[in-house]
Design a protein around this ligand. Structure first.
Ligand code: CUO
Length: 650
């Protein structure tokens, strides 16, 4: 994160709505959300009592006055229709604000009245999408609602430390024991940064989104989750585990899961033993419902078209079919016929989340699968997404394979691809501030309580791509990393490994006539984001800027993006071979006129370009997204496949 302080005193004093003031207000609204607004935050405190909500806010106020809203100090789940409805009312109220003052006052008013989980979700989504808060950096969610990212043991110890006012740094272990082979890859499913990316992806692209049209939202749903499963499989192979198998509705759920995680309000997250047979969730969804949804979707794929509500066919055996299929499977508001195709993905999350108490006999709260913050902790998450990924693959495999013309590009002859630096991964400690996990009052001083947990990182490296070119032109460069061998050590052919490829980067560059070397750092990847700025630093910087009458300029605002430090799979101590696949195609693939000089928000690969069309015209995953019956098609000058080794340093 680069921070530049600009002298903009006039603006700051006059409007109170420069970035520094906005950042300060959002920080304060999210500071200790389970307690009343601090009295020293006078403007917010004042608004919380005297502001009169208007528009959608007025409707929400009426719900509150009529005692219809979910109480405070209760768990919240987005998959609960009424909880969602309430959160959406606040999102609409915030998004229709005509200026930031109105936005801030609306938030302050409902912060003191609504359920805290609903409030946090609504504020995060509204800040993400409002034009009034474009440059505001959202505090790391894991420091605003730490319960959703940590475990019970740590939270309990943190409470003890708080009670005794003892500054403490607590070690956090990954869930489970070494008796469970799945434990070997818990560092991936439980990675704080990856969980943050996943929850933010779903805030950037909510299934319920009813605002402006978001470009290729369904395809992004496919791609971001396809990449999560491909990355998880690469981690499994790195740890001598077979790739994940899909979920079957009529077979027991092989892996159980004990989350060791507690809601802030609502007790422990429920556990599930190994080999639990699926049961209907009473009053919500039956197994035969999801089977039927699946069969209708498979049927549409076989036919090559979906049937919209009015009976018209929507043909999908084309480049854009994947977008519609994504909308249908999720299902989002864009689904052409949710009454018929249902909401396979969302119901599957609920089914998996409730298997501990499917009849609601024990009044258990929702499972980890019913929250995007916690879902990937459960190994069944990856089984579920593999199951859906295979449905996507069924559709992709039906499409006409690319021809030499579809993938060739005569202006780039790749002479060599080298890596400058080592592909070397290692674990390091990562510290998370727990201040916001602990109840207190204004009178009690904060003590420094944090937890540290292991996380994967890698040494910096740079791709060096030698290219001969006939003439000057902008070109598109795509880089994938693909496991070279399967679990049994058998070397894979292109058509077998392509679906397991991990997108490392995609960028546009300017080719000059003659020979050149394209250098691209791993840290510049367009699928990743750097570490989030800690909440404490955001607070200090905004407060300092406001006090000095200065403004803030933020880059790296987006929280959606795979953690940069997890760009590489773990690999093995003795080295693990991967195919490094580099393809250069014409710059015409870009949808924007300035691709080589514009990073499109720098995290477009998995997260699109916020508020704009997706920067790449080609299907996500191109040119590896379709069947390759004849590998010779790929033996072209503009594509290079080399073997690299990823080492893990113990
Ligand atoms: Cu992200 Cu199932 O969609 O978790």
């Amino acid at each position: 994160m680069k921070w530049v302080l600009l002298i903009a005193a006039v603006l700051a004093v006059a409007s109170g709505a420069d970035v520094a003031h906005k950042q300060q207000a959002i920080n304060r609204l999210l500071f200790k959300v389970t307690e009343p607004i601090r009295s020293k935050f006078t403007d917010l405190k004042e608004a919380s009592t005297s502001f009169v909500p208007t528009g959608a806010g007025e409707l929400l106020k009426k719900e509150f006055d009529d005692h219809r809203l979910l109480e405070q100090k209760h768990w919240f789940s987005l998959f609960n229709p009424r909880h969602r409805e309430e959160a959406l009312m606040l999102i609409h109220a915030l998004l229709e604000s005509e200026d930031f003052e109105h936005f801030k006052n609306t938030a302050a008013y409902f912060r003191e009245r609504m359920n805290e989980g609903e409030f946090v979700y609504a504020l995060y989504v509204a800040v993400t999408h409002s034009s009034l808060t474009k440059e505001v950096v959202l505090p790391p969610l894991y420091e605003v609602t730490p319960h959703m990212f940590t475990n019970t043991e740590v939270i309990q110890k943190a409470y003890t430390a708080k009670m005794t006012q003892t500054p403490t740094k607590l070690a956090m272990e990954f869930t489970g024991s070494k008796k469970n082979p799945e434990q070997r890859v818990a560092y991936f499913g439980e990675d704080i940064g990856m969980n943050s990316h996943h929850v933010h992806w779903h805030m950037d692209f909510p299934f319920w989104w009813d605002g402006h049209k978001i470009d290729r939202k369904g395809e992004l749903f496919f791609w971001v989750h396809h990449q999560l499963t491909a990355r998880f499989d690469a981690e499994r192979l790195s740890n001598y585990l077979p790739v994940v198998d899909e979920l079957y509705w009529n077979r027991p759920i092989k892996e159980g899961f004990a989350p060791h995680t507690t809601y802030r309000y609502g007790g422990e997250f429920p556990s599930r033993p190994d080999n639990k047979a699926f049961e209907a969730v009473e009053g919500v969804v039956r197994i035969r419902d999801v089977k039927e949804m699946e069969s209708r979707i498979r049927d549409a794929i076989s036919h090559g078209y979906f049937t919209s509500k009015d009976g018209t066919p929507i043909y999908i055996d084309n480049e854009r079919g994947i977008d519609i299929l994504g909308d249908v499977i999720e299902s989002s508001v864009y689904s052409p016929n949710p009454g018929y195709y249902g909401a396979l993905h969302n119901y599957a999350h609920i089914l998996l989340g409730r298997q501990a108490d499917p009849k609601g006999k024990f009044n258990m709260p929702p499972g980890v699968m019913e929250h995007f913050e916690t879902a990937t902790r459960d190994p069944s998450f990856f089984r579920l997404h593999k199951y859906m990924d295979n449905i996507f693959k069924l559709h992709k495999d039906k499409l006409k394979p690319y021809t030499a013309d579809d993938i060739g590009y005569a202006n780039a002859h790749i002479t060599e691809v080298e890596i400058d630096g080592d592909l070397k991964t290692y674990f390091e400690d990562f510290e998370i501030d727990l201040t916001n996990a602990l109840d207190d009052t204004e009178e009690i001083d904060d003590v420094a309580i944090s937890t540290f947990v292991k996380r994967l990182n890698h040494e910096p490296f740079t791709y060096k791509i030698g290219v001969d070119s006939d003439h000057e032109e902008t070109a598109t460069v795509r880089i994938y990393l693909c496991p070279k061998h399967d679990y049994n050590g058998i070397e894979l052919h292109l058509d077998d490994y392509r679906w397991g490829c991990v997108e490392m980067d995609k960028f546009w560059t300017h080719l000059n006539e003659g020979h050149q070397t394209i250098e691209r750092k791993a840290s510049e990847s367009s699928v990743t984001i750097p570490d989030r700025v800690p909440f404490h630093d955001l607070i200090k910087e905004a407060d300092d800027a406001v006090a000095a009458g200065q403004d803030l300029v933020h880059s790296d605002v987006r929280a959606c993006g795979h953690p940069a430090r997890m760009l590489l799979p773990k690999g093995k101590t003795e080295g693990m071979e991967f195919n490094l696949f580099v393809a250069i195609t014409s710059g015409d693939d870009a949808t924007h006129p300035d691709p080589a000089s514009n990073e499109h928000g720098s995290t477009h690969g998995y997260c699109g370009s916020h508020g704009y069309v997706y920067p790449d015209k080609r299907p996500m995953g191109y040119p590896l997204d379709r069947k390759v019956p004849d590998e010779r098609i790929f033996h072209v000058d503009n594509i290079n496949v080399s073997t690299v080794k990823v080492f893990h340093k113990e």
